[in-house]
Design a protein around this ligand. Structure first.
Ligand code: GDP
Length: 223
């Protein structure tokens, strides 16, 4: 029911940011971030959620410049984080990815006079309302995927996992990957990770993911 409260068709591209200081300060609008390695199907997933063909670019050119892209989706923001793990990405671009993504993910959106976090040592909660971490359903999480997941757990950033390209697996392969994944994710030491099996091809998982996003957005707007 909740999902009807977001008009998924009311979406537009806002802006791309290549440097952290360019990113606007957090507003009242809940930010839903999307993260995954290059080619995992992130653009396709975003486009599918928004009933669009090519609002988010579907990558014909992997390793494109590192930017964080903001979309306005009715009453929320979608934040498309740079894809990682593309082998040919220049070292300098990788460093920029780390800086840009890490700073955005960990920023609370509240600026303190010194620009540093509170002296209590406990960092303020992230500005991100929910991060959708994409992992290719066909393969075990990559080293970079696990690193990102560990980071999310450590920083207590709310996230769900979307397993992409579900249409490419047969029933038996799916079962094998589900079993494999529960072991592979055990190292995270986090219970109740929400995992959504998704296909931009068939639309599987679209409603479930929309419902989760809408619920979080609703909670924040009425907090
Ligand atoms: P990104 O780099 O993470 O944004 O990935 P893209 O969305 O550009 O997708 C990478 C490739 O995977 C493209 O050729 C897509 O057509 C394909 N792809 C993405 N999602 C799916 C899916 O759900 N099913 C299938 N069969 N292919 C997909």
């Amino acid at each position: 029911m909740m999902e009807n409260k977001i008009n998924w068709n009311k979406a537009e591209f806002l802006s791309s940011y290549g440097k952290y200081p360019q990113i606007p300060e957090k507003s009242q609008v809940p930010e839903i971030a999307f993260s995954g390695r290059s080619n995992v199907g992130k653009s396709s997933l975003i486009n599918k959620l928004l009933n669009r063909k090519s609002l988010a670019r579907v990558s014909s050119k992997p390793g494109k410049t590192v930017t964080i892209n903001f979309y306005s989706v009715d009453s929320i923001f979608f934040v498309d984080l740079p894809g990682y793990g593309y082998a040919k990405t220049a070292k300098s671009e990788r460093a920029r990815f780390g800086e840009l993504t890490e700073r955005y993910i960990t920023s609370s959106g509240k600026s303190t006079p010194s620009g540093k976090s509170a002296p209590s040592g406990k960092s303020a909660p992230s500005r991100i309302a929910l991060l959708v971490q994409l992992i290719d359903f066909r393969h075990p999480p990559t080293f970079d995927d696990l690193q990102m997941l560990n980071f999310l757990v450590e920083r207590e950033i709310p996230f769900v996992i979307a397993l992409t390209k579900a249409d490419k697996l047969k029933k038996k392969q799916r079962e094998e990957r589900r079993t494999g994944l529960s072991e592979e994710l055990a190292t995270l030491k986090k219970e109740d990770i929400n995992i959504i099996e998704f296909s931009a091809e068939t639309g599987e998982g679209v409603e479930e993911l929309r419902r989760i996003i809408a619920e979080i957005a609703e909670e924040i707007c009425h907090a």
